[in-house]
Write a new protein. Structure first.
Length: 72
């Protein structure tokens, strides 16, 4: 894995990243784009953070989606 993509997320917490995605897409769309149970069944920031911190492949998918968001 390259260091460059990680660097673009430097200083952004997983919580901030996930909150921004939920604000932009909403839980329903987020669950369609990345079909994870933590996004589709009683979603919450807390449960999603727990899952993403323990599941590197899922976290990578979320980070990739975040990188494609338009910048504020």
């Amino acid at each position: 894995m390259s260091d460059k993509p990680r660097a673009s997320l430097e200083g952004i917490t997983l919580e901030a990243l996930l909150t921004r995605l939920v604000e932009h897409h909403g839980w329903e769309e987020l669950g369609r784009r990345i079909p994870l149970r933590c996004f589709t069944h009683e979603p919450s920031i807390k449960s999603s953070l727990t899952f993403l911190r323990r599941t590197p492949w899922a976290r990578e998918k979320v980070e990739q989606l975040y990188r494609r968001l338009p910048r504020r």
